[in-house]
Ligand binder design. Sequence first.
Ligand code: FAD
Length: 310
Amino acid sequence: MVDPWLEVEIAVKEREAEGVVRLELTDRRGMELPEFTAGAHIDVEVTPSLTRQYSLCNSPLERHRYVIGVLREQLSRGGSQAVHDSLQVGHTVRIRAPQNHFALDPAASRYILFAGGIGVTPILAMAEHLSGSAKPFELHYCARTRARAAFVRRMALSSFAARVHLHFDDGPPEQRLEIKDVLGGTTDDAHLYVCGPPSFIEYVLQSARARGWPEARLHREFFATSTTNAVSADGSFEVQLRTGCLRNVSDSSVARRTRSSRCVLNRRGTSSERSDDSLLLPIQECAARSRPVGADKCVIRLIEKRNTEF
Ligand SMILES: Cc1cc2nc3c(=O)[nH]c(=O)nc-3n(C[C@H](O)[C@H](O)[C@H](O)COP(=O)(O)OP(=O)(O)OC[C@H]3O[C@@H](n4cnc5c(N)ncnc54)[C@H](O)[C@@H]3O)c2cc1C
């Protein structure tokens, strides 16, 4: 059964970074909100016809508020734009109680947290929790520029400031993420958590796998959305992607080299029809997220190609 809606008030709305607003949601009567665990998100009814998910980024010990950070999506179907442009302090919004599909494994002896861009939101709640529990962890936060990096000031003032490593694309070489050094060997039972653009998540996961990290210790959450049709009689389904889903691909030559607008993936995510190899990874991620139970393969069509986004 779907959780019922809760009504909360927007108590604070502030600019958090370039393109990012922070909202604090509270109960109108000052009551405690349902508890949550680090990595959880809430459904927010941003307009009567649009519901979007937002990760809670405050400490899970707090019961008087939910804090979310919302990036304005340039290719928005309306959700993030409505949060930025229409939701205001004093408004009431409907939310659903927190759910967590990205929970910390309490058995780990050490945690390595990776955040890319707005993917910092659940990672921040994890850092708050781990810091409060005195568990060893380090947090690597990658962003294009400092101005676009949300919650940097909060991190600098936090009790875990010394555990945070900032990596900006436009910063000097010595602050770049050296993932080999961070991942090191696999001798202890550290767990890795990553959230951010699909290409960033894949880079971190592949780097870990290449160093022998077992899948059971790799955890990720994708924010991006895609739409899916139903599974057809032969077990296939079709995913239509706008290339916005791929715009975090870092190699700008990908767009120029991409000729295929169609590829077929089998269940294991390998291509059975030729497509540009470097395009396949982000496509596979989108397809994997969209795949209905029981579907064997998916046909992917790029319905829009916007090279300038790369
Ligand atoms: C668990 C979870 C937690 C999240 N937490 C946060 C958070 O803390 N902060 C945050 O800012 N966002 C978060 N998100 C993302 C958020 O829910 C919204 O998706 C985001 O705000 C964009 O909504 P939108 O309506 O503006 O854009 P949308 O229209 O939903 O577009 C989002 C992206 O999907 C692409 N897209 C649109 N249509 C298609 C399509 N048919 N096929 C493929 N791709 C398509 C767009 O190009 C765009 O890049 C989270 C998502 C999930 C699932």
